[in-house]
Design a protein around this ligand. Structure first.
Ligand SMILES: C[S@@+](CC[C@H](N)C(=O)[O-])C[C@H]1O[C@@H](n2cnc3c(N)ncnc32)[C@H](O)[C@@H]1O
Length: 422
């Protein structure tokens, strides 16, 4: 079809394809008038090939597409042998057929089918979408809308992944050894990659729920090899395009030196690592605190620091829970919990984290707990996120409730409470 709105759509499509920022195109809304007649796919193929005959591009091959039967066409860019192509997924009532095309071939197909068999094209970029609508008389409308969430372009062949970080992008993951130098995910790093992406999903959600919009300052307590510290810095600066100061506090000097070297190599100017302990850390003026898999009461030290600093977002993924288990004396009706080591251990974990959540709530946070990643990957799979409530918050948990619970379970001490009530 030819008209001004259609031409604008084609030029926006071509330009954004060249810039690699198309995440998805959907061609839908069947035009009943044209699809009721049987389409001769041979003639359609001939048309398409004559459209692109001026190009040196290869001829559209092996297409035997019955457009009259297709419900929707989904288009996305993919990388095939180092070339970016457009993968067309033709959705029939009972099957899907996929074909990969060059830009010229794709444009030829659009010319043949848009306005003829389909009356709507929705093109999604990273932060905005474009919509071409055609009515039954052939009149067109073209408009643009902002997207609520930032989208990702995944060029990995035949894979539709809705992860924040993707192969072929995120250069820092090659430096950290998760990707090869060519940007391919290493086989033995699949779980780590999954964990980083899952963590970023929770992080993105917590940021959305918080009042933070600019100038993110983050401290990562017990940053270790820095996978998540780097990922957060990359997410804020390269995906949200915001300013970030990120500090990793780590006890081991060798890790600190390694991570500072890698941050310099990655060109991550606002990311640094400091040697120190969580409990004595002098890092201050941060609005986000994270502590992932910090052992035993180190998680309580980190939560305490976050609350004391008035951090807007606190995220912790607890590690082992020794302190509470040692302080538990479950008697009477609760004595069966103490009969078996594994039950007692789990009970101690549940109590430790429940009290952490209650203490966060009593301190003015909205707290949640999630399964971080499948427990088959690691038993340390819980994540507590807390977002500071604004203004006059309703105290959801009173301090007295925490003490009542502790008394019921014969729990004499909880490190976080000791710190908060000092
Ligand atoms: C299990 S690793 C987790 C690393 C990283 N947060 C992650 O989740 O990938 C725990 C790290 O915290 C550090 N660590 C443990 N206790 C600490 C403390 N009290 N102060 C500072 N670092 C600590 C350890 O040296 C180790 O590198």
């Amino acid at each position: 079809m030819k008209d001004k709105n259609y031409d604008t759509f084609i030029s926006v499509f071509s330009e954004n394809f060249e810039n690699n920022i198309i995440s998805k195109i959907t061609i839908s809304f069947k035009n009943k008038i044209n699809t009721e007649r049987k389409v001769n796919s041979d003639s359609l193929e001939k048309n398409i090939n004559s459209e692109i005959s001026n190009n040196s591009e290869s001829i559209v091959k092996n297409i035997n597409i019955e457009y009259s039967e297709i419900k929707t066409v989904f288009v996305k860019p993919i990388k095939v042998k180092d070339q970016v192509k457009l993968s067309f997924l033709y959705r029939y009532p009972t099957k899907d057929i996929t074909q990969n095309y060059s830009l010229a071939e794709a444009k030829a197909i659009f010319d043949q089918i848009v306005g003829v068999y389909f009356l709507q094209v929705d093109m999604f970029l990273l932060t905005e979408s474009f919509h071409l609508l055609i009515d039954k008389k052939g009149k067109t409308k073209f408009n643009k809308r902002p997207l609520a969430d930032v989208r990702q372009v995944d060029l990995a062949h035949n894979k539709t992944k809705n992860t924040i970080l993707t192969e072929g992008q995120s250069n820092f993951l090659s430096l950290l050894g998760v990707f090869t130098a060519e940007g391919k995910l290493k086989n033995d790093k699949r779980d780590k990659f999954k964990q980083i992406n899952k963590y970023l999903e929770f992080f993105a959600q917590a940021l959305k729920e918080s009042s933070l919009t600019e100038n993110f300052s983050v401290v990562d307590m017990g940053s270790g090899k820095g996978y998540l510290t780097f990922a957060m810095y990359d997410y804020i600066t390269n995906i949200l395009h915001k300013k970030a100061e990120v500090v990793g506090v780590e006890y081991r000097q060798d890790m600190v030196d390694l991570c500072n070297g890698l941050a310099a190599k990655a060109g991550f100017g606002g990311l640094r690592f400091e040697q120190g302990t969580i409990e004595k850390s002098q890092v201050s003026a941060y609005n986000i605190l994270i502590a992932l898999h910090a052992c035993d009461t180190a998680t309580d030290d980190a939560i305490f620091m976050g609350i004391k600093q008035g951090a807007e977002v606190i995220m912790v993924s607890p590690c082992c829970h020794k302190q509470v288990r040692k302080s538990l004396k479950m008697e009477g009706v609760l004595s069966p919990f103490a009969r078996f080591g594994i039950i007692e251990e789990r009970q101690a974990e549940i109590l430790t984290d429940t009290i952490r959540i209650m203490a966060l709530e009593a301190s003015g946070y909205k707290a949640k707990i999630f399964e971080f990643i499948d427990s088959e990957h690691t038993p340390k799979n819980l994540m507590i996120t807390a977002v500071k409530l604004q203004g006059d918050y309703q105290n959801q948990t009173a301090w007295g409730d925490i003490h009542t619970l502790m008394k019921q379970f014969g729990l004499s001490a909880h490190k976080l409470l000791q710190l908060l009530e000092k």
